[in-house]
Design a protein around this ligand. Structure first.
Ligand code: IMP
Length: 194
């Protein structure tokens, strides 16, 4: 079975292909001739993931999965959440986003936060949702040089280091995205390939 991953990022797709059960071939958007950015206009992570998976299924006729991730900060009513990429504006600049978040959190003692990933899988006409969460704290300042996005200011529960101070395999061992993906892969192994 061919399964489209609604991303333009070939590396993400290669990484995921290596985790797929036998018999499932992962294709990227570019590989099916979709070069546009699918607009993410929903007000939830699940909604955005579903928009992308539905768009591919309905426009190109492929089974598909799509993900959307947000950082939810308890003291800020779970913001930036679905707006994580654009928190400080349409430039989607991670430095500006982190700066704004630290500023908005400066008067709060509660630093609890979580990364949450939603995956929508549209397969054989049905939609299935999977969620992955990692809880942690927003640090007082940036630490570490690895990773991307909000990694330098997010310290996962049980660790003294931020995601940006971890190697990629270490982060992947506990990340929100890896947890959501692993639920989808379990589902595919059990339900689809049998
Ligand atoms: P996306 O849904 O994967 O595009 O993620 C939306 C935004 O959330 C990104 O632009 C990043 O700012 C942030 N984000 C997503 N995943 C991570 C992560 O693993 N670490 C840090 N920031 C992330």
């Amino acid at each position: 079975m061919k399964l489209v991953f609604a991303t333009h990022n070939k590396n993400k797709a290669i990484e995921i292909q290596s985790l797929m059960p036998e018999g499932i071939e992962v294709l990227t958007l570019d590989e099916i001739g979709c070069t546009e950015d699918i607009p993410e206009t929903a007000d939830t992570l699940e909604g955005n993931a579903k928009i992308k998976a539905d768009f591919v299924y309905e426009t190109y006729g492929y089974n598909c999965f799509a993900d959307d991730t947000g950082l939810e900060v308890e003291a800020l009513n779970n913001e930036p959440g679905v707006l994580s990429a654009r928190y400080a504006g349409s430039a989607k600049d991670p430095e500006q986003n982190m700066h704004l978040l630290l500023e908005n959190l400066s008067s709060h003692n509660n630093r609890s936060a979580q990364f949450r990933t939603a995956i929508a899988l549209r397969v054989n006409g049905e939609t299935h949702l999977f969620e992955g969460i990692v809880s942690g704290l927003i640090t007082a300042e940036k630490r570490g040089n690895d990773g991307f996005g909000y990694d330098p200011i997010f310290q996962p529960e049980g660790s003294q280091r931020t995601f940006a101070e971890m190697s990629l395999p270490e982060k992947n061992g506990m990340s929100h995205r890896a947890r959501a993906l692993s639920k989808m892969l379990d589902f595919l192994s059990e339900k689809i390939t049998k």
